[in-house]
Design a protein around this ligand. Structure first.
Ligand SMILES: [Zn+2]
Length: 352
């Protein structure tokens, strides 16, 4: 295994950032290759600790000569966001300098080759240069995992619809509860940048059946625990074994995914009709019937009519909810995977 440090000069004198990259060399040129990055949204750490737990498994496989395909790992992909503390709070989702989400506006290449990256001018902002660097590091790998987390939620995946159901074995290997299938545009999220060049090719050449591209949502922001890190690392390892990146007959268990897989237009974003305190009546992972009470909003405390209930617009599965317990009118507080298409499907990515 080789460790390299990528340097990213900052935008002012004396400021620069560093990214660590681990590379395992595969024994076979025919074997699929994998790229894994964590914490592109810099405060989302379940993936970082999962990578930390994964590394000993990979080092062990390397010592035993069982790494078949090249593996590239970026354990903490966003040192810029990681440093953005304001009044004691980490802002790791948006770059403060450009107000741009760190997981949007990635370059979408016409072919899967980093030489297709557009030239960056000297005035390019540092978040843009980070995005080019990450696309360059990941491009050409058959398997691309971008490890994130939600606010409070079950483990789930976003998967390009073109890769489903071929990726069922991966969802099963990782042990996630749900898969959201998207197509069209995502605002050029990293995941879209990873699959886009292959969707420009004739299907026979693109080899979509061997490709794995996913945004992995490892539960919620506060779900940073040893036991989750261990099971998530084992899930990633099983995926790598199942797809032949690592030779491990015991871990490779092709099986059918038994969780929920739904198109993104089935997701109902449940919004607060009024500002106030949120009393949740459902947890992530719970199935609900149409009209079930999801939450009560206490908008005028103490008054006889000071609260109102939010009901499920259709039967479905509670995927996530926010961790805060207060909100403004219009704030989305629950993602519900409905059994049918949402009456108000959101175009593109679910969140800004
Ligand atoms: Zn994220």
């Amino acid at each position: 295994m080789k460790t390299t440090i990528e340097k990213l000069p900052g935008e002012t004198e004396g400021v620069s950032y560093e990214l660590t990259v681990f590379r395992f060399k595969g024994a076979s040129r025919q074997a699929p290759t994998a790229y894994i990055q964590a914490a592109l949204h810099a405060g989302e750490l379940p993936g970082v600790v999962a990578v930390h737990a994964l590394m000993p498994l990979l080092r062990n496989a390397e010592a035993e000569g069982r790494i078949a395909g090249d593996i590239t790992i970026v354990p903490a992909a966003n040192p810029i966001g990681r440093a953005q503390y304001m009044f004691g709070e980490l802002e790791g989702r948006f770059h403060l300098g450009t107000r741009t989400n760190f997981n949007r506006d990635f370059p979408l290449l016409g072919r899967p080759d980093k030489s297709a990256l557009p030239q960056l001018g000297p005035a390019s902002t540092v978040d843009r240069r980070l995005k080019h660097l990450l696309v360059g590091l990941s491009m050409g790998h058959d398997i691309v995992l971008d490890l994130h987390c939600d606010d409070e939620g079950v483990p789930y995946l976003y998967v390009p619809a073109q890769l489903w159901p071929a990726m069922q074995d991966c969802a099963a290997a990782m042990g996630v509860e749900a898969v959201i299938l998207w197509d069209g545009a995502s605002g050029a999220a990293f995941e879209e940048a990873a699959i886009h060049p292959y969707l420009q090719m004739p299907p026979a050449k693109a080899g979509l059946d061997r490709r794995v591209v996913t945004t992995v949502e490892f539960r919620g922001l506060a779900d940073v625990y040893s036991r989750h890190a261990k099971s998530d690392a084992e899930g990633i390892y099983r995926l790598l074994a199942t797809r032949g990146v690592i030779a491990d007959g015991k871990a490779a268990k092709p099986k059918k995914f038994s969780g929920i897989a739904a198109p993104i237009n089935h997701v109902d974003l449940i919004a607060m009709p009024r500002a106030g305190a949120i009393l949740f009546h459902v947890d992530p992972g719970q199935r609900v019937r149409k009209g079930a009470k999801l939450a009560t909003i206490v908008h005028t405390p103490g008054e006889r009519d000071g609260a109102l209930d939010i009901l499920a617009p259709q039967a479905g599965y509670v995927l996530t909810r926010v961790s805060k317990r207060s909100g403004r009118a219009g704030d989305d507080i629950i993602k519900l995977i409905g059994e049918t298409r949402s009456a108000k499907p959101k175009a593109g990515a679910l969140e800004d």
